[in-house]
Design a protein around this ligand. Structure first.
Ligand code: GLC
Length: 803
């Protein structure tokens, strides 16, 4: 069963049946202004922060058929009345003759036909702007002339998104709307909570005469809301009531008479939903975007942004599903995670308590470096300001206020209020940024630590390098009974929350990986002393891991405070954890034999046709001593679900032991594009990675949830491009070290790196997984597999022969 198809030439996914199993969404704009649009035109829009400055009220928990945030009604004159419908299918659910939702790069375009009317609506946010535009075209495709009205509608929320749901007294007493009618006959309907009237005003307007408007939901739906979104009673009248809401549930509905449309004729109208400090300040840009050419130009600019963004890395492999993900949808998802971290999606509701995640954003940075290094750098700077003076980091921060918090660890008084891994991910992000850009001066940039004095001034600042050194020093100090890093409240595996004193092998290995990066960086900076010191620390931790953590056929995952291992054959449940096997390979702590054995255990005990499960067997029953992981039934999320984030780590580990066949098999089995023809099992969008898929212990094995905002995006992108295809940024240049399936004849990659483009052709005449035999750059053979950074703005031909 399928609900749509990939249009590779337009770089879109096209949904052709609106009744998808769950809403499939797309993102418009950025965190600065934007949000998501679902495939039936509903939209959750906010500015700078979905928790503290939300604009539309989108309630994901309502049934799929309900109005959510925004819609468009059309009505066709029939005798003395009208036929009313929404060209988005929802909320009127009329029978459609055609329905297409084009999920594009930064835009969604819905094309539908109902009752002989074709409607095409393109929804997007102009680059760097603070408005969402809906560019609406209504065409008469019937044989007869028809009189048409168009009524776009928005429902507002209180900017404090959580307050909207927890307070039904203060919120409705403050919400107000005011009309501004221009001499031209055009109208702007403004909206704000009373206290923001002078500072922050939402507006909704169009470029077409508005004959009447409504700003109160009760009046719009009619009969004290015994009218409904599916059948708003006000739209049975000729005009809306022109009411400026003084309180209550605020909406903005604008009634436009498009007049009689002849067969084949089209009317075009564009709406703007935005926010500014004041209407006066907003007006010039409102007027600008009322011109059709301005809308067209803004849309072209958006397309140019994505052309450039994606052009930095394009591939041609023998696998079409790999190509469509690596060339379009995977880097797109990485950009979305960079913007929204785990803050706002259909599943991460952005209601304030979650915020931007420190470890999450640090990993998201890894996925955008070839295309958006400047944005990555900016986010890195924000992250490092959330680091504590002791080197550890706060778990989350609010993007608008930069106030940091301890995240879920606040839930337990008796537990540590830090996560043992957060600060270490930033070290990987900094070194990846340096390798991509060569911008070593970044290390000298001075950034504050998070602690403040009474006046809110930072107590201390340090260079980026100092921030990194403190991160490592924290973990070195913060070890438990075995000399392994203490777990803190949790490590990467969030819901395993063990009593204070537990030790984490994931953090030990992540620390090992971070140490390798620091050693390499120190050498790069000719700081031999620092390199030696880090080497000694590395050797020390390697020894401990090797002495203590081998369980016989795989690596142990944790030691409890009393020294009991978790992730061991001696446990009843949770005997083996996948991240516990990948990271000893990534850290270089595993010997080649152990690496092989650990990966074989993963294959034997954790692999399924839908992906590798996180652990097995699942914990069957709530156990407060293990924490949140036992709140899930076996096979769900971190309790033995296919938690996709971990799968690319195994892919990377397989390439590190040279097994390109396994690496690619694991890559392909989680590629969402391969699910397009069996959506009945998967249910989520086939154009993005979900966070989790129910595992083999769950009766609904194969069902995906929590799409879009997941570290899977960045890590799969890195695993595929840097480890399978093997195109790696290094301090010295661009390295080509593929590890591919033997049966491949080769592949091609175009990669822009430090101001030059590398047109790389890899040939595999001997049908091997890896091993570079010969590299030619512009026809000249070079030694080694690192191509210099030419930085000359030119394209260089690179031929690589494996064997
Ligand atoms: C979620 C969290 C992430 C965590 C992961 C595993 O994706 O956002 O921080 O590492 O779950 O528990």
């Amino acid at each position: 069963m399928r609900y749509g198809y990939f249009d590779d030439s337009k770089r879109e996914y096209v949904i052709t049946d609106p009744r998808t199993p769950v809403k499939w969404i797309n993102y418009v704009g950025t965190l600065a202004f934007g949000g998501f649009v679902d495939h039936t035109g509903g939209a959750l829009i906010c500015r700078q922060d979905p928790g503290l400055n939300r604009i539309t009220k989108y309630i994901p928990q309502l049934p799929a058929s309900e109005f959510k945030g925004e819609t468009l009604y059309l009505r066709l004159r029939q005798g003395s009345g009208w036929r009313l419908f929404s060209p988005f299918f929802v909320p009127t659910l009329d029978p459609y003759e055609r329905y297409e939702c084009h999920v594009g790069l930064g835009y969604t375009r819905i094309v539908s036909e109902f009752y002989g009317i074709r409607t095409e609506v393109t929804i997007f946010v102009p680059q760097g702007d603070t408005r969402a535009i809906r560019d609406i075209r209504v065409t008469n495709v019937s044989g007869q002339a028809v009189e048409v009205d168009a009524i776009p509608v928005v429902e507002y929320t209180h900017p404090d998104a959580l307050m909207q749901f927890t307070n039904a007294d203060w919120v409705p007493q403050t919400m107000q709307s005011k009309l501004y009618a221009e001499a031209s006959g055009l109208k702007v309907l403004t909206q704000y909570p009373f206290m923001s009237r002078e500072t922050r005003v939402n507006y909704f307007t169009s470029n077409y005469p508005v004959s009447s408007f409504e700003s109160d939901r009760r009046r719009f739906l009619g009969e004290n809301e015994y009218g409904s979104w599916a059948n708003p009673l006000s739209l049975r009248q000729a005009e809306l009531s022109d009411y400026e809401a003084l309180r209550g549930d605020n909406i903005a509905a604008l009634l436009h008479h498009l007049g009689v449309i002849q067969p084949g004729e089209t009317r075009r109208i564009a709406t703007q939903l935005g926010q500014e400090e004041s209407l006066a300040k907003a007006l010039p840009a409102i007027q600008h975007y009322r011109q059709e050419e301005a809308v067209d130009q803004a849309f072209q600019e958006l397309q140019r942004f994505w052309d450039t963004y994606l052009s930095r890395l394009q591939v041609q492999t023998p696998d079409a599903d790999m190509d469509r993900m690596l060339n379009v949808h995977n880097p797109r998802q990485c950009y979305v995670t960079l913007n929204w971290s785990r803050y706002l999606s259909l599943y991460q509701l952005g209601l304030g308590s979650r915020e931007m995640g420190y470890r999450d954003s640090a990993q998201d940075i890894l996925g955008v470096l070839p295309s958006a290094p400047a944005e990555a750098r900016a986010l890195l700077c924000r992250l490092l300001q959330v680091q504590r003076q002791d080197g550890s980091a706060f778990h989350q921060f609010n993007p608008l206020t930069m106030v940091a918090s301890e995240g879920d660890s606040r839930e337990r008084e008796d537990r540590p209020h830090y996560y043992s891994d957060d600060h270490l991910w930033a070290v990987l992000a900094v070194t990846a940024y340096l390798k991509e850009t060569g911008d070593l001066a970044f290390l000298e940039e001075v950034l504050p630590y998070h602690e403040k004095d009474g006046q809110g001034r930072p107590l201390e600042s340090g260079t980026v390098l100092d921030h990194m050194q403190r991160a490592l020093a924290f973990t070195r100090r913060d070890c438990g009974a075995h000399g392994l890093p203490l777990l803190g409240f949790a490590d990467w595996n969030d819901p395993v929350n063990l009593p204070t004193g537990a030790e984490s092998l994931l953090t030990a290995n992540l620390y090992g990986r971070a140490l390798l990066e620091m050693i390499e960086l120190a050498r790069q900076r000719s700081d031999q002393e620092a390199a030696k010191a880090y080497e000694a620390t590395y050797a020390e931790m390697k020894q401990r891991v090797s002495d203590l953590a081998w369980d016989g056929q795989w690596y142990i995952r944790y030691f409890d405070a009393d020294g009991t291992p978790m992730g061991s054959h001696t446990n009843e449940a949770g005997q083996i954890y996948v991240e516990g096997q990948a990271w000893p390979v990534l850290s270089g702590f595993a010997t080649p034999e152990r690496a092989q054995m650990a990966l074989e255990s993963v294959r034997r005990l954790l692999n399924t046709r839908n992906g590798i499960v996180l652990s097995a067997p699942g914990y069957d029953g709530f156990d407060p001593r293990k924490g949140g992981v036992t709140t899930y039934p076996p096979g769900a999320k971190e309790n033995g679900g296919i938690f996709l984030h971990t799968n690319p780590w195994i892919i990377i580990a397989e390439t590190m032991v040279g097994n390109g066949d396994h690496a690619f098999e694991y890559y392909r089995q989680i590629n969402p594009a391969t699910r397009n023809d069996r959506i009945e099992e998967f249910e989520c969008e086939p154009y993005v990675y979900p966070q989790n898929i129910l595992g083999k212990e769950h009766p609904q094995f194969g069902l995906a949830r929590n799409s879009w905002l997941t570290g899977t995006a960045a890590w799969v992108y890195c695993a595929a491009t840097q480890h399978i295809l093997g195109i790696q940024a290094t301090y010295a240049g661009l390295r080509v070290a593929p590890c591919i399936p033997k049966e491949w004849d080769g592949f091609q990659v175009s990669r822009t790196f430090r101001g030059a483009t590398y047109a790389i052709t890899v040939k595999n005449p001997g049908h091997v997984c890896g091993g570079v035999k010969r590299v030619c750059v512009d026809g000249q053979e070079i030694s080694g597999d690192v191509i210099p950074a030419f930085a000359d703005g030119k394209t260089h031909q690179v031929e690589v022969i494996l064997g």
